[in-house]
Design a binder for this molecule. Sequence first.
Ligand code: PSV
Ligand code: MN
Ligand code: MN
Length: 404
Amino acid sequence: MNNKDIRQIRSALDQFAIELPSWGFADTGTRFGKFFQDAAASTVEEKFHDAGLVHQLTGACPTVAVHVLWDFEPGEDPKKVARLAKKHGVKVGSINPNVFQDQAYKLGSFCSPDKAARDAAIKHSYDSIDIGKAVGSKLMTMWLADGTNYPGQDSIYRRKRDLQGALKKIHDRMAKQWRGSTLLIEYKPFEPAFYHTDIADWGMAAAFARHAGTKAKVLVDTGHHLPGANIEHIVAFLLDEGMLGGFHFNDRKYADDDLTLGSIDPYAMFRIFDQIAQYAFERDLKKLPDVAYMVDQSHNLKPKLEAMVQTVMEAQSLFAKAQIVDRKALAKAQAAGDIVAAERCLKQAYEADVTPALAKWRKANGLPVDPLEELRSSGIVKKLGKERAAARRARGEVQASSYA
Ligand code: PSV
Ligand code: MN
Ligand code: MN
């Protein structure tokens, strides 16, 4: 790797901030049950503590995405939560309204046939806007569980129109009352709805965003595609349309598995980053495009903190590799129709060892050269586990096995 490559990597890493999800530090499970971890965070403060630790180790994660229902008490001053974040060296990032958990949303939120449910979803979104403003965030990420389970269950047309109207109202309120904010619209093909989902793919999300207004963009969760989808093509298309707002990073083997990034198919993530770097190259941009990078993982067996550091390091490594694709050679090969040479340009970058460049960047920023090793050898996860288990016992919370 030459000096130019190293410079390129270091400048890209400077621009690569990765937001952590508060829910990624808490106990989660599947619909079949939860397996608890002693060190999992069970309070908002513990979530920020853990996020702060990941930021300390990696230097790449200054903000934390929050879920309104999970991280804010009703009636509580949101600034209190912002202060907790600050105490742990991070800031509140994207605000995620929760319009899927309440019993009112049994048949959907903005798309429900029940007007009371639709109104409740709008009211909750407006409250979320107030929270976003109060904590100094600039992003609101909207994911809906809306959909139907059986053919004929509801009118897809009526649902679309109601959703369109609701997103426009939310967008306009954000534009008017929350300066500089962006509404990110997330799609997902299925789950929890198994017949149709009201925002099933990137095209629908983009159409809803366009109907809503200029401050609405699409959020690509890497686990939210049907098998075989070419995600880098979707990303390139959205970028070119000025519609790519952000990412939720995770990996998957089957569907929305929420595994750590790059654990199954790191080359796929590299190809996404490659399209982002290619976009900047083709437009001769001085900086990489402004995209919100966020983690959305909640695998429930890996220790939470280790899983998060692992994902961040993997993202940085794949992002770095995407910066050293020889773009001029690639353009030449593409123009000549030399498919083999073109593919080799990608493979050469993907297979390059970027560890020394990452180490240089980390050293220059006063960070441990191997943040995951630093975390694992520090014994902190064990220590937190002991403290948190004791605190849970003191609160009377039991996580014991029934075989004990
Ligand atoms: C839904 O599957 C999702 O990807 C959304 O981003 C939610 O906010 C998150 O997961 C909740 O875990
Ligand atoms: Mn997501
Ligand atoms: Mn998901």
